[in-house]
Design a protein. Structure first.
Length: 210
């Protein structure tokens, strides 16, 4: 069971992820001439010099950051109290704020800040998933999602470890960057749907009164 704010937070988080994937990424890619999933960085979609719909991407990732920040705060009660929850969700808040920075400072406007903001999205997100998998132990609400969460966190961190020294291989910079980012988006999407399906404490309380 979860408190009502968790259900609302799951919706907020879900909206943030879905709008970014559909509007911020897929739609802007269609409007970018010759865009390559392997040869281009995701942030190229927000480049004010080369991306026709840069304002859509930048606005979308800012929205992702804002919605994720409030969504994470609202789903706080869905995780077992303790140091792992505090550290894991705090890292997701850092990543949410950094996502706003990615949109505010496009790669061609301030590359230094943009690069730092991107790193502060990637690294904290991967670490957060690994830590939060620990809070799911002995918590029946997360049965079936523990290894899933841990695995996606590890994939993000391993891909990031290859991405930073530019060991891109056949995936190219864009392809490897997506291996860093996609697990985070997939995790947020899946756990948001899961949280929406958990029973609410309000419903149980109402039935008890009846």
């Amino acid at each position: 069971m979860v408190n009502p704010p968790v259900h609302s937070g799951a919706i907020v988080l879900l909206v943030g992820v879905v709008q970014f994937v559909i509007v911020g990424m897929a739609l802007t890619q269609l409007k970018y001439p010759g865009y390559s999933l392997t040869g281009n960085y995701i942030s190229d979609l927000g480049n004010t010099s080369t991306s026709p719909w840069y304002f859509v991407f930048n606005g979308s990732i800012i929205a992702l950051g804002v919605l994720s920040f409030f969504g994470v705060l609202m789903i706080w009660g869905a995780f077992k109290p303790g140091l792992l929850r505090l550290a894991g969700l705090a890292l997701l808040l850092v990543a949410s704020i950094a996502a706003i920075g990615v949109g505010v400072f496009p790669e061609n406007v301030n590359g230094g800040i943009h690069g730092l903001a991107s790193l502060l999205v990637f690294l904290p997100s991967g670490l957060a998933m690994v830590l939060l998998s620990g809070t799911m132990l002995r918590d029946t609400r997360w049965q079936g999602f523990r290894f899933f969460t841990f695995l996606l966190g590890v994939i993000t961190l391993v891909a990031l470890a290859l991405y930073l020294p530019q060991y891109w291989g056949p995936l190219g910079p864009g392809g490897l960057e997506r291996i860093v980012v996609y697990p985070v988006l997939i995790w947020a999407f899946v756990i948001s749907i899961h949280l929406r399906q958990l029973p609410s404490t309000v419903k149980i309380g109402h039935l008890a009164k009846v």
